[in-house]
Design a protein around this ligand. Sequence first.
Ligand SMILES: [Zn+2]
Length: 362
Amino acid sequence: MFKLISTEDYARAGILKTAHCKIETPFFMPVATKTAVKYLDPKDLEKIGIQAIISNAFVLSLRPGINVIKKADGIHKFMNFHNAIFTDSGGFQKIKDSFYVKSSDKGLHLRSPFDGKKYLLTPKEIMKIHNTLSSDAAMVLDEMPLHKQSRKQVELAVKRTHKWAQECIKYHKNKKQLLFGIAQGGLYPDLREKSAKFISSLQFDGFAFGGLAIGEPEKQTYKMINAQVKHFPKDKPRYLMGIGSPAQLINAIGAGADCFDSTFPTQNARHNTLFTSQGKLVIKNAKYKSDLKPVDKNCNCYICKNYTRAHIRHLMKMQEPNGLKYCTYHNIYFINNLMKQIRTAIKENSFNQFKKEFLKKI
Ligand SMILES: [Zn+2]
């Protein structure tokens, strides 16, 4: 299911086989919570070479409802995307006041942001939703501690995360679907270590660092990754949830993570910030008004081959939807291409050199 091809220090290149795709790792997943990456068609994603996206099982169970997707014969056919689809559980929704009510030993008490209706999301319930969606990989239900919570509360969250992880395994019936465990622990290295050890003792297909990149200083993020990474099995993929800037991705791969998702590239695109091989470019700036160069001369994406900075700036200033589409397309292509370059570098044993040079330029 997961094959390591090459390693350089902690950085790894491999292949993750899922029901729909052989994913080359490390890889990045654009976020399609409601079965769409904002402003991009699934065809665009496939043309860019996106190997996997992530959607949200709980949100889909609210709208359009699980029976609609079941009738369509699963999430792939429902949205017409042919590569891998991961589905998150709803644990991350704890960070959002529009969703979160409270937690209990049974599960997460959530509210629908669409009509205010309350739900108790249990491990059994979320596994039923994941299994029916028929995604390639399902994430367990976890209790994500927030950084404002006390050590005692974080300990309780870790305890619940471990209990729910075991229950998710018990109720996981769709054997074509991979199941990923999530380790928590807040910002306490000893709890992080304890959680990584426990989750690693269970029969999961992949392992995730949960509850990071939610506002803590970046130094802390890597401290927590380092506390957990050595306890995750070497022969399974490691998923760092919520990371998506070029610099963060390259650093996290250097720390041993293989798999990522984040709204960072798409959100930045919608707010005029484009990634380039020379660093950030804010397309709305006046200096690009009559600049007929592409966004990034080193980028081979459809947008950089066909449109100018001046044109994209004009569209963004005029709030034309195509401007949002072009910016999103370029940022997603840029990140996907960065992952490709990183995979090549790891295989050629030149990742550390690539990392040093890349970080110097941006
Ligand atoms: Zn481009």
